[in-house]
Design a protein around this ligand. Structure first.
Ligand code: AMP
Length: 190
């Protein structure tokens, strides 16, 4: 299956993406994780990305789209993939469309994890202490939510209009959310 996982920062996309990827046997590809690995490794990509990620801003589309293109060219994506945190704006949707069309392929579903904003901010502040991510200061958290609302949330309607959207309640117990996701995806396959 070729899937996109969509949802606001702090909705638990990363955790759920890893679990789904294990269950479905497809790689979870997190653009945020790839940026963080490059920043940690001090690569040119990391140096470029850092000023954006640390401010909670989107890394420019050309950079992000090229990175995803390279990743999706890896052989482990042949039977499918689960994109976590990409696409994040309309330009990235177009780039992904073009990328998939070039190999006569397309998305099977876009799974939206829905969540309550207040709880999300609380989760992110908690994660700031647990993981020590530098983009988890209160100002940056707020900015990331704003960027989500203005740039990424409109993709819900866009994919819904294409008949690809599956909304799953992302609130509550992590295991329950995984079960709901699994059930929603099984229903798709049926
Ligand atoms: P995440 O771990 O998905 O919350 O991503 C962390 C940060 O990486 C974001 O706040 C952005 O600065 C950057 N990033 C991740 N994915 C993208 C993307 N698709 N487009 C642009 N920037 C991204």
């Amino acid at each position: 299956m070729r899937l996109v996982l969509l949802g606001p920062p702090g909705a638990g996309k990363g955790t759920q993406a890893k679990r789904l990827s294990e269950r479905l046997g497809i790689p979870a590809i997190s653009t945020g994780d790839i940026f963080r690995a490059n920043i940690k490794g001090g690569t040119p990509l990391g140096q470029l990305a850092q000023s954006y990620t640390s401010a909670g801003r989107l890394v420019p589309d050309e950079v992000t789209n090229d990175m995803v293109k390279d990743r999706l060219a890896q052989p482990d994506t042949e039977n499918g993939f689960l994109l976590d945190g990409y696409p994040r704006n309309a330009g990235q949707v177009e780039a992904l469309d073009a990328l998939l069309a070039a190999v006569d392929s397309g998305l099977d579903a876009v799974v939206q994890l829905t969540a309550d904003t207040d709880e999300l901010v609380a989760r992110l502040l908690n994660r700031a202490t647990v993981e020590g991510r530098e983009d988890d200061s209160e100002d940056v958290i707020r900015h990331r939510q704003e960027v989500y609302l203005s740039e990424t949330a409109p993709l819900v309607d866009l994919y819904s209009a294409r008949g690809l959207l599956v909304a799953v309640d992302g609130m509550g117990d992590i295991d329950d959310v995984t079960e709901r996701l699994q059930a929603a995806l099984s229903a798709l396959e049926a």
